[in-house]
Design a protein. Structure first.
Length: 265
């Protein structure tokens, strides 16, 4: 029997989603250990995607398999035994050919930035002490990202992929100057390694005038190399929505709703 678990997690507490030999305290590792204790047998789980250390998820889906349906309230038991940094929202029994990663149509990420220091935002929004950002130029940069198909120039280690094509279905920038905050949102059928955080890095390079919109277009077109390139901070990034053709997940984005306040128009 195959089950999907719809959950969310605070990535600041973990070394990323994926279990790794070199690091401990990953989300996958903690969930597998908890499920194995509850079922009294080794349980392996698979996630809908990989998130880096420090990256959050307000909507994430995992899958696992057991021979028989649990005889206890699994959602209740998981929430009692998992750390407070992981919350289970829903559990579904699905068909054995349905896969949480490969059957996902669209994934949406939101990246939050604030440029006025605020301790209430420090864990879930990236602080960049920039003044006088050029939001007009940044929105033109977002338009370029929205119309881009090949993200070879905007990911880490493109040589790891058979292709670097992504189908962007939505990409936008919302700014609230009164609050001193902004939100970059992007939806696609797939994402490459560190692609979103590298996009945000270039947004800030354009916004601070270090490169022009035209230079960014040349970088994307592989006509120009940028010597200094790094991913934006991880703590402002959320995997915020996943859609499946056969499943509708409940809206459980309480924290995302708070962070989006004033940044949705």
């Amino acid at each position: 029997m195959r089950y999907f678990i719809h959950l969310g997690f605070d990535g600041g507490k973990f070394s990323g989603w994926q279990r790794q030999k070199s690091t401990q305290n990953t989300v996958q590792e903690v969930i597998e250990q908890t499920l194995s204790r509850l079922f009294k047998k080794n349980i392996a789980v698979y996630g809908c995607g990989r998130t880096d250390a420090g990256v959050h998820a307000s909507q994430y889906v995992i899958q696992f398999e057991v021979e028989e349906a649990p005889s206890f309230d699994l959602k209740f038991r998981l929430n009692k035994n998992l750390p407070n940094s992981i919350a289970v929202f829903e559990i579904f029994e699905v068909e054995e050919n349905q896969h949480c990663r490969y059957d996902a149509d669209i994934r949406t990420y939101d990246y939050f930035i604030h440029w006025r220091k605020d301790p209430a935002l420090s864990f879930y929004s990236s602080y960049y002490e920039y003044e006088n950002l050029d939001f007009v130029a940044m929105k033109k940069t977002v338009e370029i990202i929205r119309n881009t198909n090949d993200f070879r120039a905007l990911c880490k280690q493109p040589e790891l992929y058979d292709n670097t094509l992504c189908m962007i279905t939505n990409c936008d920038l919302f700014v609230n100057e009164a609050q001193g905050r902004l939100r970059f949102t992007i939806s696609s059928n797939r994402f490459l390694r560190k692609m979103i955080r590298i996009c945000v890095f270039y947004l800030l390079e354009v916004g601070t005038g270090k490169i022009s919109v035209e230079e960014f277009q040349q970088i994307v077109n592989l006509e120009k190399e940028y010597k200094v390139r790094q991913a934006a901070f991880p703590n402002g990034l959320f995997l915020s929505k996943i859609t499946y053709p056969f499943l509708e997940l409940k809206d459980a984005h309480n924290l995302i709703k708070l962070l989006k306040f004033g940044l949705d128009k």
